[in-house]
Write a protein that binds this ligand. Sequence first.
Ligand code: ADP
Length: 272
Amino acid sequence: MNVIETNKLTKTYGNNRGINELELKVLESDFFGFIGPNGAGKSTTIRTLLGLIKPTAGSAKVLGFDIENEKEKILKNTGYLPSEINFYNGMKVWDVIKYSLDLRGIKKYEKARSLSERLGVDLDKKVSELSLGNRKKVGIITAISHSPNLLILDEPTSGLDPLMQREFFNILNEENKRGATIFLSSHVLSEVQSNCKTAAFIKDGKIIMSDKVENLEQTGTKKVVVKTKEEISEYLYRGEVNELIRELAKKNMVDVSITEPSLEEIFMEYYE
Ligand code: ADP
């Protein structure tokens, strides 16, 4: 079953493009990375999927619910971490966490306490006193504590130090193992490559590729570095290897290397 399914989902802001006829499918229990540079349309996609902004055209279903007519049901069954988190500044951290659980009618606080401990959050501080990274942690705790079927996290790791990022991904893996679908956006390819099962790349408001991470890594593309007396040239080659060798044989080379490109290099080629 598709937990997220869009059909030509479009959102424009006046004359500005947000997302344009976006086609996205996310399977139940997937661990999905949504990759793209700033301004590509990641937040617009996420906010539209959650019914927080209205699409200009197209449609989408999340957890089988229509984003325009059934958004309450979507929000009830989803944990959402926005890219920028705002809390009532006068409140203490624990009050924010408890309040968000109370709103959902949940009276069990063990999971929230355990997550707070693992992420090293001081529950007695006022949220107004927190650093960006610590606000992020509180947002993560409120997104996960009610054990939602779907977690949608907008740039969750920005502002977290590397140790915390690791613990955060440990937590997400546990959520994924219990059956939750994880959907996170990121502009850091390496974290998606090492943590997600599936990745989609967004550019200028459109998905340019989407596949299992292991397939994306094996595109048959070669990275070729050729050194002649005059210059060093470096490029990605897609196609028949015999043809490549015939072409190379015509050059007077000092050195050559043919290797597998990293996903980063394949990705950069798409964005250039
Ligand atoms: P990302 O999350 O990938 O950084 P966004 O979804 O925030 O990208 O933005 C996608 C595009 O939509 C950008 O060109 C951005 O300038 C534009 N955009 C986003 N929000 C607004 C808004 N409230 N008003 C006008 N343009 C917006």
